[in-house]
Write a protein that binds this ligand. Structure first.
Ligand code: SF4
Ligand code: SF4
Length: 293
């Protein structure tokens, strides 16, 4: 089982475009499971339009027994998210929308005044019979449990991994906890970057983040523009390997915005196939932990 994660520091670089087209192309050769981890705005299935099965997901939520509570304030001091306000002698208020379900309050309470309860955090959708197969999560409105839902979507994918040769993660944009959670177990990471000043700014943060968590990665430049060479120069100066480049092309952009796959455009096919060959080699030798194109 081999796992490839597509990430981007900045939203709008074309990460999803590249991820779904990779998954589609690779699925002709290996059993591929596409996992959309952008649970706040999953859109991979808008392209595939599969009929999907759904299951609701839950996470821990504390339930307070005020008959046992001594209003000692320990839970509110321990909660890092400000979800509990306690004021002796008899005031306690729980802000469910701030709670991240970490369970710390339950373990700190010496008076057994906090019981297990659960709250709905989102829904996992899947179609495991399609080619490629797909799994994605959809975060419930107003929920802050993005990272937990990503964990649960990945767990669902792992529970079915014996049926697949390859898992492709389409990760959430940005550099915070959801993105880090998404790439943690990937064998290969491809950072999709766009050659603009904003794109370069966020790309640098992603590069630093991946270095800190010690994950090797390669770079794919989308919407390449010879008027802005700073991104490519940054990669060259920092020994970052560029494994593919797709030039900005209005016809391709229009096709994508109409919900079409773009891997059939010859300039895209060429770039994707270069990498796909190496991915297929890695999949057939998936004892390798990390892989460089
Ligand atoms: S730690 Fe327990 S006893 Fe203390 S305020 Fe919280 S719920 Fe009440
Ligand atoms: S579960 Fe964690 S985040 Fe939620 S109230 Fe308890 S300590 Fe705070």
């Amino acid at each position: 089982m081999y796992k490839i994660a597509f990430v981007s520091g900045k939203g709008g670089t074309g990460k999803t475009t590249i991820a779904i087209n990779f998954a589609k192309l690779l699925s002709y050769n290996v059993k591929t499971l596409l996992v959309d981890l952008d649970v706040e705005e999953p859109n991979d299935n808008l392209f595939f339009k599969y009929k999907v099965t759904d299951s609701t997901t839950y996470d821990f939520s504390p339930e307070f027994d005020l008959n046992k509570c001594t209003y000692c304030m320990e839970c509110s001091k321990k909660c890092q998210f400000g979800a509990i306000a306690v004021a002796p002698p008899n005031f306690l208020k729980f802000f469910e929308e701030l709670c991240h379900g970490c369970t710390a309050c339950k373990y700190i309470c010496k008076y057994n005044a906090i019981k297990d309860s659960k709250k709905e955090i989102g829904t996992i959708y899947h179609n495991l019979d399609s080619i490629p197969s797909i799994v994605y999560g959809y975060l419930k409105n107003n929920s802050t449990m993005t990272t937990e839902l990503i964990r649960q979507v990945k767990r669902f994918a792992d529970d079915h991994k014996e049926n697949f040769d390859l898992i492709v993660y389409d990760c959430p944009p940005g550099n915070s906890c959801p993105a880090i959670e998404s790439v943690k177990d990937a064998n290969m990471i491809i950072v999709v970057a766009e050659p603009t000043p904003f794109g370069l700014h966020d790309f640098k943060i992603m590069v630093e983040t991946l270095k800190i968590i010690n994950k090797p990665f390669n770079v794919f430049i989308n919407k390449d523009d010879s008027n802005f060479v700073d991104l490519e120069n940054f990669c060259i100066n920092n020994n970052l390997k560029i494994v593919g480049k797709i030039k900005y092309n209005e016809t391709i952009s229009k096709a994508y915005s109409r919900g079409l796959f773009i891997y059939k455009f010859k300039e895209v096919t060429k770039e994707l196939n270069n990498i796909n060959k190496n991915i297929l080699d890695a999949v057939s030798n998936s004892n390798e932990r990390n892989f460089n194109c």
